[in-house]
Design a protein around this ligand. Sequence first.
Ligand code: PLP
Length: 985
Amino acid sequence: MPPFADATKILEAYYQLHAQPRQLEGEQDATFEVRPTGGGAYCLKITHAAPALVDLQLQMMQRLETAGLPFATPKPILNNEGTHICPLPDGATAYLTTWVPGTLYAKAKLKDAVLRESLGTTLGQLSQALQGFDHPSAHREMRWDNNQLPWVAQHLERFDAAQRPIVEQGLGYFQEYAAPALPHLRHSVNYNDANDYNLMTERDRDGHYRIAGLFDFGDAVHTATINELAVALAYAMMEQPDPAGAAVEVIRGYHQAFPLEEAEVAALPALVWARLLISVTVSTLNQQAAPDRAYLQVSNHAAWALLQRLQGIPYNLLHYHFRHACGWEPCPQATVFQDWIREEQPEFAPVSPIPEQWRQMDLGVGSLELGNNRNFEDEYRFERHIQRIMEEDGVEFGLGGYGEVRPFYTTDAYQVEGNSGPRWRTVHLGLDVWAAAGTPVFAPLDGRVHSFADNAAERDYGPAIILEHTPREGLTFYTLYGHLCRESLTQLEVGMPIQKGQRIATYGAREVNGNWPPHLHFQVLLDTLGNQGDFPGVGFPDEWPVWRSLCPNPELLLNLPEGSTQPKRVQWDGKTIQQKRQAHIGPNLSLSYQQPLHMVRAFRHYLYAADGRRYLDTVNNVPHVGHQHPKVVEAVQQQAAVLNTNTRYLHTELARYAEELTATLPEPLSVVYFVTSGSEANELALRMARTATGRNDILAMDGAYHGHTSATIDISAYKFNGKGGSGQPPRTHLMPLFDQSEQPLEQAKARLEELSQHNIHPAAFISESILSCGGQLVPPPGYFQTVFEAIRSIGGLCIMDEVQTGFGRAGEAFWAFELQGVVPDIVVLGKPMGNGFPIGAVVCTKAVAEAFDTGMEFFSTFGGNPVACAAGRAVLQVIQEEGLQDKARLTGQYLMEQLRQLQQRQDIIAEVRGHGLFLGVELSQNGQPKAREGAYIINRMRAMGVLMSTDGPQHNVLKIKPPLSFGMKEADQLSEQLDTILKEL
Ligand SMILES: Cc1ncc(COP(=O)(O)O)c(C=O)c1O
C-alpha cells in the first residue's frame, strides 16, 4: 500500500471511525471495506484520479441518493471538515461512502431469468434517474466507452491468429451498425460498469436472486444511453448456453423501466460486441503489463468464449431477438411482406398440383392421429403411418405443420443445452405438403436461384433449394423447398432466373430426403441470415414470435385461405384450461408446481408438455412399465374395440388374468376381487376384514394414506390429522411410525399390548409394505413379522397395501411385503396394475373369502371388465418380457449409490432409503426437516426438465418412483441434476 494511503489513519482522522479496513481487489483505485467497531458498513476509496473525476462520481451518487430508487447505491459521507473529499499527500484523494449490502452478482448461486430481468429493470431505472444529469468531467476520452471503440483497432497485432478475425468482425459491426447511428442516439452520463463484480443481489423466499444495489462509479462517462444496457448485456450473456435468450430477459426488464428506441436496439448487438472487444483488449494489454494480477483477467476467458458464440449468431437474428424483447415486430421486413401479400393479394402459380381434395395433417405433439410415439420413432413405421392416414381419407395430398409443435425433434440427438436445462427446437417453421415421391414442384412467382444444397444428414432436408424474389421495390424475400430428389439440384445455378410456374424440383423418396416420409417442406424467409441452401426448419418454442415474424405462414403463397391448413383439433392453452378447471372442477383438487405444467403426450419415462418440452419422469408409478407402452395400449385398444362388459358373463380374460395375477403371489393368497381403484380396493379389504372377524376397529400406521373414500379416509392419518381433517375416528387406532424409535419392534409390541389392555381387538392391521406418504420409510427387519404375530394371536387379520410398491418395483421382490418374509391375509392392489387403465384388486386367502361370503353379493360394475383385464395381463407380460423387476433392482441399487455419494457432499441429505425404484431422499439438517428447500428443489428440477415430488409428514422427503423403463442413464441424469440444484441452496 502506498505510504500516504494508510486507510486506518484516514478513517480515524477524517471520520473518527475505528476499524480494520479490508482491502478489496480492484483495477485502479485502492478500495476498502470498512466495518467500524461501533457498527455500520462503509466503503473507503483512495484514488489518484483527477479531483474533477472524483467530483463527477460523488455528484452522480448524490443524484441517485435523492432519486428514490428501489435499489441501493453508495451514499457519500461527509468528513469532519464538512466535505466529501479528503485530500491526501502525494495528490491522491480519499472518500467514504455507505456500503452496498448483498451478495455479489458473480457469487449468486442461481442466475436465471428472474435475476436477469431484475438486472434490466435496475439499469432502466438507473438510466431514467440519470436523465438530465451532466458534469463536465463526464465528457472525456475513456477506453471503456463503447462510443470510443476504434482505439481497439490500434492493438490488432497483439491478438493471435484465432482472435484477430473475431476482433475484426466486431470492429466491422461497429462501423456498419453503430458508428453511423451513434450521433443520432440519446446520450447521457452513464454508470457504464454493470458487471458481475459491481452488482449486489439478494435472494427472495422462493430462492430467486434479484438486484439489490450497484456501486463503483469510476467508469462514469457521457456516452450513448443504450451503452448502459450494452455493458450489462456483455456480462449477463457470458457463460450462458443461450446468450441471446439471456439478453432478451435483460432487455425486457430495461425496456419496461426505460423504453428503448428502435435505432438504439438496431445498434445494440454491435455495442455488446464493442464492450466485449474493449474487455478482451484491456485484458490483453494488462496481461502484457502485469501478468501476475489475476483480478485483471477476471472475465477474459468468458469474454472470448462469448465472442466465439456470438460469431455464430447472425447479427440480424440477434437484432430480431432484441426487438422481440421490446414487444416490437421482431423482423421489420415482416410488415412490408404482410402489406404486400394482404393488400395486393397476388395470384401465385401452384407450388404443387394440389387437388381440391386434400386433408389437414395433424402432427402436433398432442395429435391423436399421430398416436403413440412408436408410430414415428422408426422411419418405416412413420412412412406407413402417414400413408395410412391419407389412404383412409382417400386423399393423395396432406397439408399442415406451420407453427406446429411436434414431438419428433425431442430425442437426445436434438437436445440443446439452454439457460434452464435441455431444450428442443419443436416448432415447425414451414408448411409441409405430404404426397408421393416424384410429385413436381413449381415456382409460385418469378425469382432467381439464391442457393441450393444437399443437406444429406439424417432427418435433415436432403436436397433443398432457396429462391429469391423481389416482387416490388423495397421487398425481397425467399422461398425454401426441402426434401427434394437429388436430380432437382443438377440443373441449377446460383443466380439463374426462375419464372412463375416453372418446374424447379421433384419430391424426394425417403432414402434421399433425410429419411422422412416423402413431402415438400415449403418455407418463406424474409432474411436468409447468411444461409446457403439451408435454413432452420424448426425453432425453439420460446422464440416462436421471432421465427413467425421471420418466416411467415406460406398458406397465401399456396393460394390457400389463411388458417386452412391448421388442424381442427381443439387446443386450449394452459391459461384457458386453468380457467375452465376453476369454473368446473372442485377447488381442493390441486395442481403440481408453482407454474402448472400442461402435458399432452407421454412415452416410456418421459412426459411432453404442450410446447414439446420433454420431461424426465421420476415420480409417476402408475405408468409402471413406461408411459403409453405400445403393448398395453394395443391390448386396451383391441379389447375395447370388441367387447367391454361386466363380469356377470363368462369371459376368458377375467379367468386368465385372475390365474396369472395370483400366480405372482405366495400361497395361500389365491382369491381375487377386481375393482377400479386403490381406494375401492382398500374399502373392500376393510369390509372383508370386518365381516370375517365380526369386529370394527382397525389398526393403521400413523402418517399413512389408503384412499379417498369415507372408510379409507378414516384410516388415513395423513388425511384425518392433516389440513381440513376432522381428527382420529374412535374405531381407528394408530401404530407409531418406526423411524422415530430406537427400538421399533419393542415399540410396536408395546403399542399392541396397550391396545389389548384397553380391550381393543382390531379386525385388522393395515399398512403399506414400504410407507410412501410416511416418507418412503422402509420398515426395520422383522417389523411386520412381529406385528402380524401379535395381531393374529388376538384373531385379527393382516392387510398389506401394495398400491404403490407392488409389481416388481421393489426390485428384490415382486411384492414389497416379501422383503419382510411375511404373508398377509389380504393384499390391496391399484395404481400400476393397468399402467394407467383404472383397475384395482383385493387378493385374499380362501378362508377370508369364505368368511366374507355371507350371502350378500359382491359386484363392482367396471371391476374386472375385459378391457381392464387385458390391460392388467399386458402389464404382467411386459414386466416379464422386459425383466423389469430385475431392472428395478439394478437401477435402484445404482441410483441409491449415486444418491449416497451425493449425501457425502451435501449436508442437507440426512438419509437415502428404499428398495428398487421406490426411493426416498430425506432432507434434514441438525434434526430440522427442510421442507422449503424440498419445494425449491422440486421446482428447480422441473425448470431443468426433471419431474420429482416431496412426501412425508414434514414434506421433506424427495420421493423417487419412476416408470420401470427408467434406467442407468436416467439415474445419472437425475443424480447429476440434483447435485447441481443442491449447490444452489
Ligand atoms: C398406498 C395407497 N393406497 C391407496 C391409494 C388410493 O388409490 P386410488 O387413488 O387409486 O383410489 C393410494 C393413492 O395414492 C395410495 O398411495
